[in-house]
Design a protein around this ligand. Structure first.
Ligand code: UT7
Length: 345
């Protein structure tokens, strides 16, 4: 029979095994695509893009620069930041909506580029919420004592799946990657750094609100699908917008409740960077002022699942949260899939 004393020991041990951030990194392509350049490609204007989305410019991969290249660069920076050698990485979880190949996973290709030859590696597919899903999965595996550390990467080459003749989508997205090395041993119950709570939710009934109709097993790519441009992202922008605000608000409240906190306990909110108006509506509903909101959409656009880890790296690098401070991260995207996490830094 499990004694009470044994239970206490095991609870304490569990409390000391939360994932915590050992290092972060980001990588974006050098090439900047400005609103002025987009004005020459489609019927749009800098003024429309800035006022309707908040985006001024985004980064676009060069020829031959792929998702795994960005992932490996961001991952390598996170490892350097943590002072950990690639060979000592136990697990790589990589979120992407733009895998370089459908087989094998981009995590495998990233592992090879990093030289993390001892690690298990797999991809997570949850669109813009993917990195937070990856963090929740990695945290669970660390707590289950299957691994000592996990490199969680969000990497996206959105320019490969965006239709640069469709003004409703091509102005929004950009390429980039962000990564965090999670260690096990975050003693959050006793004030240590680490993940305080995570939340994930999905509504597959709305799958076609944000999707790529062709190019998968259900509708393989043909000359017809290509001429109809069905390999590219299609989005019902207005509906996605409304759902994004409501879902991220609800998810934020759920994860705060799980952490035993209120929004007033949070030092900085890092929302998914899809649209400045979504971020502002969410902030208003949560009661968060501009000073407690991280925004970099003007420089990168929507980098899907790379958006939050890129922002987190900038937040850490610019010391925007005091030691022991907490961040609320929340994301929403295709699936529809969304999620949140509360992290003590
Ligand atoms: O990260 C994954 C989740 N994705 C999101 O969260 C994105 C959610 N949606 C959005 O961010 C916004 O809905 C968009 C930025 C996509 C669109 O903004 P909107 O204010 O919802 O515009 P709308 O779709 O209602 O379109 C308004 C007008 C339309 O013209 P009409 O029908 O009023 O004549 C569009 O054709 O704006 C037009 N429009 C444009 N005009 C100039 C759409 N795209 C553009 C453009 N330039 N790039």
């Amino acid at each position: 029979m499990r004694s009470q004393a044994a239970g206490i020991i095991s609870d304490q041990k569990q409390a000391q095994r939360q994932g915590f951030i050992r290092g972060t990194g980001l990588a974006v392509p050098d090439r900047v695509l400005t609103n002025a350049e987009l004005e020459k490609m489609v019927d749009t204007s800098d003024e429309w893009i800035r006022t309707r989305s908040g985006i001024r410019e985004r980064r676009i991969c060069a020829d031959g620069e792929d998702t795994a290249d960005l992932a490996a660069r961001a991952g390598s920076k996170a490892l350097s930041d943590a002072g950990v050698e690639p060979i000592d990485v136990d697990l790589i979880v990589l979120s992407t909506a733009t895998p370089d190949h459908l087989l094998p996973s981009t995590a495998c290709e990233t592992q090879a580029r990093l030289g993390a030859h001892r690690a298990a590696a797999f991809d997570v597919s949850a669109a813009c919420a993917g990195w937070l899903y990856g963090v929740a999965i990695a945290d669970g595996l660390l707590k289950a004592e299957l691994f000592e550390n996990a490199l969680v990467i969000g990497a996206e080459k959105m320019s490969a799946i965006i239709d640069y003749t469709d003004r409703s989508t091509c102005v929004l997205f950009g390429d980039g990657a962000g990564a965090a090395l999670l260690g096990s041993g975050g003693d959050v119950a006793n004030g240590g750094t680490g993940l305080l709570a995570t939340h994930m939710q999905t509504d597959g009934r709305c799958a076609q609100m944000l999707w790529r109709p062709a190019g998968g097993a259900a509708m393989p790519s043909t000359s017809e699908t290509q001429s109809e441009r069905l390999e590219f992202v299609k989005q019902e922008g207005r509906d996605v917008f409304k759902r994004a605000v409501l879902a991220m608000e609800e998810s934020s409240r759920i994860v705060l409740g799980k952490a035993g906190m209120t929004i007033d306990d949070i030092d900085l909110v890092i929302p998914h960077q899809a649209n400045i108006r979504i971020i502002e509506s969410l902030a208003k509903r949560l009661g968060v002022d501009r000073e407690r909101l991280y925004i970099n959409i003007d420089r990168y656009g929507n980098t899907s699942s790379a958006s939050i880890p890129i922002a987190l790296d900038e937040v850490r690098r610019n010391e925007m949260v005091p030691p022991g401070g907490t961040v609320l991260m929340t994301a929403f995207g295709g699936g529809l899939a969304w999620g949140s996490a509360v992290l003590r830094l």
